[in-house]
Write a protein that binds this ligand. Sequence first.
Ligand code: PGA
Length: 262
Amino acid sequence: MLRKPLVMGNWKMHGSRQSVKKLMDDIRLDDETCKRVEVVVLPSFVHLQMVNDVLHRFHHSLIGLGAQDVYLHTQGAYTGEVSGPMLADVGCQYVLVGHSERRHVLQESDVLVAQKYHAALQAGLHPVLCVGETRAEREANLTETIIEQQLSAVLAEAGAEAFQQSVIAYEPVWAIGTGLSASPEEAQAVHLFIRNWLKAHQRDGGDRIRIIYGGSLKPDNAAQLFDMPDIDGGLIGGAALDGMSFSTICELILRKLQYNLH
Ligand code: PGA
């Protein structure tokens, strides 16, 4: 298979030092999963350093680290913001940009998201670009238009080659935290649209970029979603706050590899 499966746990604004330590303890991955699946956790800014230490001490760095957001400038008078170099300095390899909660609750525009994406790349991080439509946009048949706008903003800011270092996360806004996941077929259709868009705008490599699904993904529906050919992994919110559920989801994607070997 061309693309290594990727499962990311987005812990959002949850946890204390104590509960985060317990959560790390509860993540148990078997050897096969560690070898063949890339697993990454995304704690809040204030827990990054601690999680990085725990990952190195107890998980032998088999689990990667990422942040949930990044600012567009590297340093300066931007009270409250955190830059790409700061994230890299505490051990992050990945950073989310344009998560729907930032687009919709914090009012981040496509342009700002694209600038953050560029800043992440310049800091040597892999940006995880989150894209997705609202319920109203889906009902108005605008899913592809919205996603194309979100992707094109990044293309205009950072150039086509910039996608090679990135992951795209398709997260329909109506599925996030609602318990209402997209069906495997609905998700696959959008992933294929994104894949074709990448192929059309990249000189090569559109096939190598991972496109992961997020939105009420849990142990009950993970296998069916992961069976889809263009779903390369998951961005997990709620279910990532339970170590057992998260570990199960990570193991379920192994099925995909076995299936693809035949
Ligand atoms: P959810 O969140 O799994 O709780 O729907 C996913 C996300 O927001 O990344």
